[in-house]
Design a protein. Sequence first.
Lengths: 799, 284, 163
Amino acid sequence: MTTQEVGSPRKRSEDARLITGRTRWTDNMTPAGTLHVAFLRSPHAHARITGVDTSQAKKSPGVVAVFSGRDLAEEQGALPCAWVVTEDMKHPDHPPMAVNEVRYVGEPVACVVDRDKAAAVDALEEIDVDYEPLPAVVDMEAALAEGADLVHDDLGTNKSYTWVFENGDLDAAMRDAPVVIERRYVQQRLIPTAMEPRSVLCVPEGDEFTLYSATQIPHILRLMLAMVTGIPEHRIRVVAPDVGGGFGSKLQVYGEEVLALLLARRLGRPVKWTETRSEGNMTVHHGRDQIQRLTLAAERDGRIRGLKVDLLADMGAYLMLVTPGIPLLGAFMFNGIYKMDALSFTCTGVFTTKVPTDAYRGAGRPEATFAIERMMDELAAELDIDPIEVRRRNWIKHEEFPYETIAGLTYDSGNYEAATDKALELFGYDKLRAEQADRRERQDPVQLGIGVSTFTEMCGLAPSRVLGSLSYGAGGWEHASVRVLASGKIEVITGASAHGQGHETAWAQITADRLGVPFEDVKVLHGDTAISHKGMDTYGSRSLAVGGVALFSACEKVVDKARKVAAHLLEASEQDLEFTGGRFSVRGVEQEGKTLQEVALAAFLAHDLPDGIEPSLDSEVTFDPENFSFPHGTHLCAAEVDTETGMVKIRKYVAVDDVGKVVNPLIVEGQVHGGLAQGIAQALYEEAVYDAEGNLTTTTMADYLIPSAMDLPTFTTDRTETPATSNPMGVKGVGEAGTIASTPAVVNAIVDALRPHGVTDVPMPCTPERVWRALRAESRPAATEPGAGGGLGSAGGDQ
Amino acid sequence: MIPATFDYVRPASLDDAVRALSDAGEDAKVLAGGQSLMPLLRLRLAVPDALIDLDRIEGLREIRDTGDAIVIGAMATHHQVIRDPLVRAHLPLIAQATQTVADPAVRHRGTFGGSLAHADPAGDLPAVASALDAVFLVRSTRGDREIPASEFFVDWMTSAMEPDELLVGVRVPKLGAGWGVHYEKFHRTAQAWAIVGVACAVRRDGDGIEDARVALTNMGPAPVRAGAVETAIRGGPASQDAIRAAAAQAPAGTEPPTDLHGSSEYRAHLATVLTARALTAAAG
Amino acid sequence: MPRIRVEVDGATYEDDVEPRLLLVHYLRERLGKVGTPVGCDTSNCGACTVLLDGMSVKSCSVLAVQADGRDVTTVEGLGVDGTTHPMQRAFHEEHALQCGYCTPGMIMASLDLLRENPDPSEEEVREGLEGNLCRCTGYQNIVKAVRRAASEMREPAGREVTP
């Protein structure tokens, strides 16, 4: 029972309700009297609103109210951005509902409140909006050109900010190094696509409000709703009931959430809104969307001298909760696991008339990891060194930890050699290389490529002082409390807000071990600000490394308190007590003892407690981590590329991850699988495409291609275990690792397959057409084939 | 999303259905399996006044042998077609191509006739019907008529049927002995529509190819019968060289679209590669 | 408004419905059967999969009126007397769900798959579930769960039965 839970593949307790359909999704709740909201959304990427006539819609039967942005202008406030990355960052006003101007397709301009959901949608057609179209601003590079059309006229520029980090003498590195490689990579725009669409229900009770939302961040949302609306924080309760995935997309304060609150206040009745998928694709914040210009300087032996990173990051039309900071989460990761003398990072945030970008699984680190891992393969090719070998020559050796990187982070622990050796063995690296050589020799139309990705990432957001130094508008601590009930059962309350991660199981495992109680005796409560009064929520692979550690410490506090009571009951001194298996006993007199349950009852009765001891074993801890956690690993991908059609098929995928100490290997493996799926999807399938007029052309799942079971391989996953030294549990985050590592592994494999054909890159997603064009760009020079020359960048995305 | 309002009619007989369609006028839609129509209704891209649901009409799902042909009832589901012994025995190309349509749940509802009447050039079955010289049996209050596949597919999502006409069934001539068939579908993910598809039937004669039928999916606003390929391959050897040379004719006379999943130029290229693969597989 | 009579998870319902009412909205909003969720509007995601007369359908692509006189089984109708169905148990055992939003549809589609193929290969499971999207699991454990359930449903307590 004791010491067995952490590390064991405990089946999840969450599952019982999820496999039976007894789940509490926000859209499942419809209290009596609920009114339904439907939003009218801009069909224009950019237009001035010259008039909104809601009079006809108001006459529709069942319609309770119709509002335009102007109707709510006085009270709706502005949506928050919590990360002012530079002092001079341009930060436009962002009304929840557009008042004077719309700046992306899908921006809400009016809403209907109706007793019936279908009728609300019908009534939208009765609203008449006059628009005066303005120029769309779609291309980031064009947006920065002299005289470009402006997204926000009053800002006078489409540039939001430029943020710079420099360390080491980059000029010297570039000047002296015999090898300099320059590349331009595009991180396409992605739509996070949590399976559960957004949904919000606001129930008013007098001047107090309970807001249920499909959100990752009930605590942050409550504070932000208070700040935006002026309703005092303690009058708002936010509940994140069962939430069907987030991947960053529900780390947001959405206009619809603010408006649901305002409408519930105005109308005094429960108000509910649930998006449709096509509505969501247009309006849920998107991810990635960067143009990366990279220059790598190295010695002939492969040793890296320096790296210059120049980013353009598409903010979209507005800055949302952490929009401008996302690329900066990657700033410290471009050096990856490697040693180098100099690093220069510059990022410019650009406004366009598209839905804003913000966190998407990995948030900044996938972009950085892609860049450095692609560059390492390019360097290997340039020097004709095996890509594994070139990495070995540069990575931080296991005996060098803790290691301060060129980006100023201190990696506390790691063992890149061990993870890589294990991966190579599982992969059968030499055998696949032999097959590759054979296929090349035979000029097989299906070529084989091997892609390497040796990655680390910074997660477990985050030490508050570091966030402060980056001008982030909050801390990075997490809270946990433990309640010991009279019967000895345990309630754990966490500020983390799970939406698929399995905290209810993992947190109970931690608690069971620390308190020596059965797993079944622990109940984990979360996601309701009335119960979990304090928290920083779930994102950035932080829940275990911060919230789990808070719980670990809170359990210790319970034991410390119980020890005092037990000592009193056993008439022994605290020092003489040992606590094992949930029982205090006097050292040397094992038969004399009190279980935690007995101590809990004694504390509850409070008839006989020592002086000065409160009648409670409950505890609370707010934990602020001293460092990020740095999971790492080695991923290897073998891809077959059909050179006739350009089709890519993943033949084998091996992921060896090191996430430190593992609480539940089942959950860890699941996180890795899901992460791989999303990283591979970026490499091969997914892209949010806007046309030249700023219309999103991938509004449905028929066009935005989420991979199915048929489109993904069976993964081989394994682990090495190098404990983190920066927290007492030795744990690191795992939620984003698979996504971060896999994208470059896949693209490296594709390029590796085609390198003998002169291919050095295929833009993402590596669609069959793009692969085909990359091949053709080599075999048929542009001069003889008009339209084919620019192939690399021209396919798919701009059509 | 929620569809706009419409009237709903569920006739019990074919005569009732034809009458209802005639009465309802041009803004009515026929509801077969609904697997293409329902998303359009939900996105409000289709806003019909009335739906005439063929679901409960006796006999429309029947698949029968008429000697030299098989008649597939318009309401036969994909699921049913794939498993039907007559189809499997005489029209394996249809069974094979239908297996690639959407997913199992959609194939339970979606119908053979509905897919064809929808006339989506990205759909898999129009090219198959074209390759097999299917004949479309349509009925209205004005009577019955037959439309050959070569005339049925008029334009993007447009068939030769008048608004008051109902597709009752499709007569597909049996290929007879000696034919090999193959449907080659190329798509980015399992759920995605074909970027290009090739429906192909080949009759071998010793080392040579006696006859061939080739039709292309998503190479124009309607399925394209690749006549140039058929002519080039007919009477020649079943060699890779001959097949490749013939397949090179595949883009002739096509107007492949450019969309999110592929450019016109790429589709033209794919058509040659996939036609060669389909011919090779069919020539077995 | 047409009147329909539908059997859902063993209970019979008679209701007047608007023709445009989708089966999934009928289940969720009229019958309170909220165990079947909605994930898209183009019948791609399969989250809303139920059995209609024993065969899987996407309940967002069927009108409630079309279910008139038919039998519907949702995830809430599996298992009897508080026990769970072997397929549900297998999803739990193999950690085949994370957020769980796709799970009801995934389970119903898997049952349909086993109805026709009681012993599917890994490839056949993947193909059988191509109409059901999951964003959390990468599908690997779902495939394992379906094959585990298949094995258990073929030989409960050591004897052959039809699933």
